[in-house]
Design a protein around this ligand. Structure first.
Ligand code: CP
Length: 316
C-alpha cells in the first residue's frame, strides 16, 4: 500500500537536480524503493495517477527515457500520449511554446520534454500550467538519468556518502554528467572526472570545488567504487576534439585489462546507448561488475516516484 511521504516535496516541475536539495533527492530515492517492488508482482500496476495524463514530447531520439516514462506513467494508471515530432505540426513551424500551450489546452497534467536546446523545459514551466519534466535538454541536465544512476549505486552499495565515483569520457557535452555531478556532490560522494582535456569543461572545478580531475584513466579508477562511463556523443561534436576514435578507446575506453586493476566489486554504469568497442568493450558491458541493465529497470521506479511526488503539488 502506498502512503503519502512524511517529508514534503515542494516542486511542481522537475527541471534539474541543481535546484533540488539533498533532502529532495533523498525523498525521490526513498519513494522509488516501494515502486520497484511493484515490478515483481504479476500485476505491475497501481491506481495512483488514474485520471491523469502524461504527454511525451521528444524533439530528439530516445529509446530508454521515452519508454521508461511511458511505462512508469502506465504502471501508475495514467493515460499516456507520445507526440511524434517528425509528423506533428512542429514540421509546419509551430513554436515550442505554442505546441506546449496546445497540449495544456488538452489538459495534459504532465509534459515530459526532451529538446536539443538547454533551458527548453524551463521556458515551458514559465508558460504553461502542466507539470514539466526534463527528459534531457541540450548540454544542461538529464535529471531522471542522474537520479536513476544514484538510485542504482545506493541499492548496490547501501550508501552514497564517501563513495569514490569516477565519471569517464565526454563531460563537455554530457547532460548526464552534469545531473550526476549535482546529485552526487549534494549527497557527499567523492567525484572524479576523467577524460581528454578537450572534453572536460574549463573551470568545472570552480562550479564544483569538491571534485577532482584526473586525465589518466588508470590512475582515476584506482580504488574507485563506481565507474560511470559516458557515451561519446559523436552527434554533438562540431569539431574534432580528440585525434581519433582509436586513440580515444586506447586512452579512455574501459576494457577487461583495465577492469582487472580496479576493485573487484567496482560497479560499472553506462547511461546508454553504448558505443561498444569505443568507450566500453563488450566484456566489460556484460561483466558481473556491470549494472547497466539494472539502471534501465531502476529508471522506471525512479520515474514513477517523480511522477507521483510532482502530482502531490499540481495545485502549486
Ligand atoms: N540514457 C538515455 O537518455 O537514453 P535514451 O537516449 O535512449 O533515452
Amino acid at each position: 500500500m502506498l502512503t503519502k511521504p512524511n517529508k514534503t516535496f515542494n516542486h511542481k516541475h522537475l527541471l534539474e537536480l541543481q535546484s533540488l536539495t539533498k533532502e529532495d533527492i533523498e525523498l525521490i530515492l526513498e519513494t522509488a524503493k516501494p515502486f520497484k517492488t511493484v515490478f515483481t508482482r504479476s500485476i505491475k500496476k497501481l491506481p495512483t495517477l488514474r485520471g491523469k495524463s502524461v504527454v511525451l514530447l521528444f524533439y530528439e531520439p530516445s529509446t530508454r527515457t521515452r519508454t521508461s516514462f511511458e511505462l512508469a506513467a502506465k504502471r501508475l494508471s495514467a493515460d499516456t500520449v507520445s507526440i511524434a515530432v517528425q509528423v506533428s505540426s512542429v514540421q509546419k513551424g509551430e513554436s515550442l511554446i505554442d505546441t506546449a500551450k496546445t497540449l495544456e489546452s488538452m489538459k495534459a497534467d504532465f509534459i515530459v520534454i526532451r529538446h536539443s536546446h538547454s533551458g527548453s523545459p524551463h521556458i515551458l514551466a514559465q508558460n504553461v500550467s502542466s507539470s514539466i519534466i526534463n527528459a534531457g535538454d541540450g548540454f544542461h541536465e538529464h535529471p531522471t538519468q542522474g537520479l536513476l544512476d544514484i538510485f542504482t549505486i545506493k541499492q548496490k552499495k547501501g550508501k552514497i556518502q564517501g563513495l569514490k565515483v569516477v565519471i569517464v569520457g565526454d563531460i563537455l557535452h554530457s547532460r548526464v554528467a552534469r545531473s550526476n555531478l549535482w546529485g552526487l556532490t549534494k549527497l557527499s560522494a567523492k567525484v572524479i572526472l576523467c577524460g581528454p582535456p578537450t572534453l572536460i569543461p574549463k573551470d568545472i572545478d570552480k562550479i564544483f570545488p569538491q571534485i577532482y580531475i584526473e586525465y589518466n584513466l588508470d590512475k582515476a579508477i584506482k580504488n574507485a567504487d563506481v565507474i560511470n562511463i559516458l557515451r561519446v556523443q559523436f552527434e554533438r561534436q562540431l569539431e574534432h576534439l580528440f585525434p581519433s576514435v582509436r586513440e580515444y578507446s586506447l586512452l579512455y575506453g574501459m576494457n577487461k585489462e583495465r577492469l582487472k586493476n580496479a576493485k573487484s566489486d567496482v560497479l560499472i554504469l553506462h547511461p546508454g546507448p553504448m558505443n561498444r568497442g569505443i568507450e566500453i568493450t563488450t566484456e566489460v558491458a556484460d561483466s558481473l561488475n556491470s549494472v547497466i541493465n539494472e539502471q534501465v529497470t531502476n529508471g522506471i521506479a525512479v520515474r514513477m516516484a517523480v511522477l507521483y511526488l510532482l502530482s502531490l503539488n499540481q495545485n502549486l
